[in-house]
Design a protein around this ligand. Structure first.
Ligand code: OAD
Length: 250
């Protein structure tokens, strides 16, 4: 079913849910002014020196030109440094208190869910404000913006580091996807908010939830592959739709 806004029936499904899991993608940050990767909903798309994101954010480029990879991430950090969470991030932080269990799974590396106050967050693709040592594997916060030096050096051993994010061609951090899958399998309500649902394995989580009996609610200004099996697609912007679940009026 496709809806343009949250109605009373949907709000009562939300109020009656006990175990809720949410998957967010780039679209949840779009109203903060963060570009997306593939567009949709009139969003700006990331570009850098004429290269495509799959080339820039790749394990292959990290191996051959780590400086360029750091410059690309430093460029993104520069843009994100002045960006604030929007109404969608704030609504999700408030949802966390309402349910017996609530898990927020995100593909985003921008840290905006944490900035809005969400606590139980599974970051599938890492975090742009962290670096990881290539020598001793320690992860550490790297908040300078722009970075003082490229690559930042490890606090523990002084070795060179890389962004602590998942690049194309790499596995997800150990254990994180498994926990996301468990929360999807346990959920009675599963929200999919603003991924284009083409990047796996994250795009498989709504399928796990559906197969385990959860209702699937998608929030996106455009239909995606998820819309085919979602119980409800709310066609609209996350920052406008999500706060409606908490309001008392229809
Ligand atoms: P995409 O850029 O692929 O998709 C963004 C989605 O957000 C589209 O479906 C839009 O229609 C939707 N959208 C736009 N504005 C919205 C709004 N206001 N509210 C809700 N939805 C909105 O983003 P992701 O699927 O998150 O991975 O991208 C997945 C991965 O591709 C990223 O994590 C990144 C990238 O390459 C890596 O870097 C490994």
């Amino acid at each position: 079913m496709i809806l343009a806004r949250v109605d009373d029936q949907l709000r009562s499904i939300f109020d009656g849910a006990r175990r809720v899991a949410v998957l967010t993608g780039a679209g949840v940050s779009a109203e903060s002014g963060v570009p997306t990767f593939r567009g949709g909903g009139d969003t700006e798309v990331w570009t850098f020196r004429g290269k495509h994101i799959t080339e820039l954010s790749s394990a292959e480029l990290l191996a051959t030109d780590p400086k360029l990879v750091w410059e690309w991430f430093d460029y993104r950090r520069g843009m994100l440094a002045s960006i604030e969470p929007n109404a969608a991030h704030h609504a999700l932080a408030r949802w966390e208190e309402r349910f017996e269990s609530f898990t927020l799974v995100t593909q985003n590396i921008d840290d905006l869910h944490r900035a809005a106050g969400s606590q139980n967050i599974l970051e599938l693709h890492g975090n742009i404000w962290r670096a990881r040592c290539l020598r001793c594997a320690s992860a550490f916060e790297a908040r300078d913006c722009p970075l003082e030096q490229i690559p930042p050096l490890c606090f523990v051993c002084g070795g060179p580091s890389r962004p602590d994010v998942v690049l194309f061609g790499e596995m997800l951090p150990e254990g994180v996807f498994e926990r996301a899958e468990q929360s999807a399998a346990r959920a009675d309500l599963f929200f999919v908010i603003g991924p284009s649902a083409v990047v796996y394995p994250a795009a498989g989580l709504p399928i796990v939830a559906k197969q385990s009996g959860a209702r699937i609610i998608e929030v996106n200004p455009e239909q995606t592959d998820i819309s085919m099996f979602a119980d409800i697609t709310l066609l609209g912007k996350a920052g406008e739709i999500l706060p409606q679940f908490l309001s008392t009026r229809g």
